[in-house]
Design a protein around this ligand. Sequence first.
Ligand code: 5GP
Ligand code: ZN
Length: 117
Amino acid sequence: MAGEPQDDCLFCKIVAGQIPATIIRETATTVAFRDISPQAPTHVLVIPKAHYANAADLAAAEPQTAADILSEARQVADQDQLESHRVVFNTGTGAGQTVFHAHAHVLGGRGMQWPPG
Ligand code: 5GP
Ligand code: ZN
């Protein structure tokens, strides 16, 4: 069924507590934890507890949870006292997605370039 945990999914395992992560926030629908390979002083992943392969699939199936991810991204930025921050949803292999459980990257704490690579 859509949204159900997947046995072979790394982020489902983090949601289930089967793999450790530095969790900094949790809501009924989301978990936020620090990226294992940070690309900025703040690099937090905000994920839905439900499993969807990417943010587009999440938004189609559960628009309220997709909105919750954005609210949580803002809370992460506040919590880390970021003056500016960037929220990124890599969607598909060609865009750099490597973990196929929807997630927002919240990046901040350094200057950033545009366009991204
Ligand atoms: P993507 O490339 O799919 O947009 O982002 C996946 C992110 O997950 C990467 O930034 C990567 O560093 C992070 N990541 C991969 N494995 C783990 C892990 O086991 N724990 C944590 N905290 N982050 C992970
Ligand atoms: Zn998953």
